[in-house]
Write a protein that binds this ligand. Structure first.
Ligand code: KG4
Ligand code: ZN
Length: 344
């Protein structure tokens, strides 16, 4: 079984091919430079750039894999959550390919894609596991008992981790995209330089970063023109506060559900501070940690192809009436079985 996948939920146009032998192609056309001039993703611009790039990206992926469309068993595509205009470009391209080649279409939830970024390369995580998804739009903790079997344990009550990184980076005058820039500066700073709050939320497995963000903004205002000189310390202190909470809540979920395996994914999984802290915390408790190589942390189609591959194996198909959704909840185990049962 071999799956071609398209991902276009935000500002990367990506295509990949994944099969029984693993990843065969992984192409990403990034729009980063175009949006940087505006300090953030401009949805209309993103849609237009996806239209320009999507076909070339798919062709490049097929060429890298050395396969024609006829050799593909299904086309997987992200159909939400994300920017509606951006998602539509990928979905229309995928439907066109399915129609033309008579192949099944597999709609993939972008979050499910992030989860499967840990299943692209060996060693593969073992079930049951606790997965932490930390991206620009989500901070979710989930219990996963098997493929496609998710139980949401906690979510972000306000800003997602990546969103918090990006917003405070902007307030400190750092260039877009803020998260990676802040991470790099934090490497040279003292994480104890500024005392910032950690929202523990009474043992809940939910996250809240808005109070921390406000506290950091207040410090930035107080520092006035000294901000630039204190940037490494500000970044290190902020990163430490976010990482402390992410690690703490993940470990609490592990304890509550008695699992031995942790998987971290999403753009913020690229954060050097988070990677180190998770590795140390898991090693200390004898837990096995899966965290993808950096190229699979931020948006890519390899993870969508891998998720689509597992859906295909389970008999999951979508119809050509599949639509995009800016908010698309991840299906729980029961809904997943229903969907598989009603597939054509
Ligand atoms: O998963 P992703 O590419 O897109 C979404 O699905 O949202 O995640 C993008 C987010 C952005 O907020 C970006 O700033 C953040 O991931 N990010 C980082 C790092 N690299 C990317 N945040 C902190 N440290 C990083 N090294
Ligand atoms: Zn993403």
């Amino acid at each position: 079984m071999t799956v071609l996948a398209i991902e276009s939920s935000c500002d990367e146009t990506a295509a990949a091919v994944f099969g029984a032998d693993g990843l065969l192609a992984n192409e990403v056309a990034s729009q980063l430079a175009a949006h940087a001039a505006f300090g953030g993703v401009v949805p209309e611009l993103a849609s237009r750039m996806h239209i320009e790039a999507v076909w070339y990206t798919v062709q490049a992926a097929l060429r890298d894999a050395g396969l024609g469309l006829d050799a593909i068993d299904a086309v997987a595509v992200t159909h939400g959550p994300g920017l509606v205009g951006s998602l539509l470009v990928g979905l229309c391209a995928a439907k066109g390919l399915c129609w033309r080649a008579g192949k099944p279409l597999i709609g993939v939830n972008h979050l499910e894609g992030h989860i499967y970024s840990n299943f692209i390369e060996a060693p593969l995580p073992e079930f049951p596991l606790i997965t932490l998804i930390v991206s620009g739009g989500h901070s979710d903790l989930m219990l996963m008992r098997g493929h496609g079997d998710y139980e949401v344990l906690g979510r972000a009550r306000d800003d997602a981790a990546g969103e918090a990184f990006d917003k405070v980076a902007r307030r400190m005058g750092l260039p877009y995209p803020g998260g990676p820039v802040l991470d790099k500066l934090a490497e040279q700073g003292d994480p104890k330089a500024f005392a910032l709050p950690r929202a523990r939320l009474d043992g809940e497995l939910e996250f809240s970063f808005s109070g921390l963000k406000t506290a950091l903004v207040r410090v930035v205002k107080q520092l006035g023109d000294q901000v630039e000189a204190r940037l490494p310390d500000l970044c290190a202190s902020f990163r430490a506060a976010v990482v402390d909470i992410l690690v703490e809540k993940t470990l609490a979920a592990v304890k509550r559900h008695g699992v031995k395996q942790v998987a971290v994914c999403g753009g913020v999984a690229a954060n050097a501070g988070l990677r180190r802290a998770m590795e140390e915390a898991c090693a200390r408790r004898g837990l096995t940690l899966s965290i993808p190589p950096l190229r699979y942390c931020t948006d890519n189609a390899a993870m969508i192809a891998c998720a689509g591959y597992h859906r295909l194996l389970a008999g999951g198909r979508s119809t050509l009436t599949l639509d995009v959704a800016s908010n698309l909840p991840l299906l729980d185990a029961e809904a997943w079985r229903r969907e598989v049962a009603t597939a054509w």
